[in-house]
Design a protein around this ligand. Sequence first.
Ligand code: ATP
Ligand code: MG
Length: 319
Amino acid sequence: MEDLTLDVPVDSGHGRILHGVDLTVEAGSAIGIVGESGSGKSMTVRTVAALLPPGASTSGRVSFDGDQVADMSSDRLRRYRSSQVAMIFQDPRAAINPVRKVGNFLVENAVTNLGWSRARAREKAIDVLREVGIADPERRLNAFPSELSGGLLQRVMIASTLLYEPELLLADEPTTALDVTTQSAVMALIDRLRRERGMAMVFVTHDLELAAAVCDTIHVMYAGRIVEKIPASELHERSRHPYTRALLDARPRLDGRESRLRAIPGQPLSGLEDVTGCAFAARCPFAVDICRTDEPPVVAVETGEIRCHRAHDRLWGDS
Ligand SMILES: Nc1ncnc2c1ncn2[C@@H]1O[C@H](COP(=O)(O)OP(=O)(O)OP(=O)(O)O)[C@@H](O)[C@H]1O
Ligand SMILES: [Mg+2]
């Protein structure tokens, strides 16, 4: 994705949700997108899959293996979405038709999109259900979504993406709707399958720890902009954008040394808000005059990139 902007219709004309987003996912690698609610994480991944809201317009480029997504014919786009990229959403119940049996959902997709025979699709559906840890898959094929728990249903969604063996998995908060223990089982499954099959992944989450554990690089979004890109292994020690540091500081601590949560002061902004200068300036403890007047450039630093006027200042002492 290069210099991507996304505009959507709003009451007053149009509003910009994404402001010049650049990101690259290498084959087989995983990138994490983190940031507060409304920062544009979902819109970014939806743009990769060309699933935009009605009336939306974009500038910049999204390409996959050298092919421009915007230039794809509807046939090509169908192939792109059914065999090259796959998307797992936050709430599996919203992504599956409640009146179709699980088997029907899996088999029908494969027959329609991949042109397989029903027998082959059924056989493969049983294989992938077994692979995602669903016991007795033949019986589960006859279940309706309402008969499965959220965790099992998310496993079915993961299984459905495996039918096509996509090159890129787009996972938008795939475990947020699940309880904590189910969350970690489902996440471990996604992580294992992705690594075994060499799939690339864009992983969206609010959870920095989790992103750092399963991704190679972390992209921090604020108000429709990527404000920091950093290798996951450096996130804790060497991140430099004041917003990234504030997010890290706002995590609950388990060592009992701090009894209160340190919330980031002020309200998160979405890309739609009109801002002059840096979108984070109003909440930033290090903001100086220029931050309130000029949009910060993207600055290359040793660990990656940050969008900050004070990129080269020693705000944190050591880094
Ligand atoms: N169809 C739409 N039309 C207009 N605005 C939209 C539309 N969909 C999303 N938005 C706005 O775009 C901004 C970014 O939304 P997005 O869903 O990408 O945020 P997010 O980072 O995924 O948040 P969350 O963590 O809550 O899922 C928000 O301000 C949202 O209100
Ligand atoms: Mg979202």
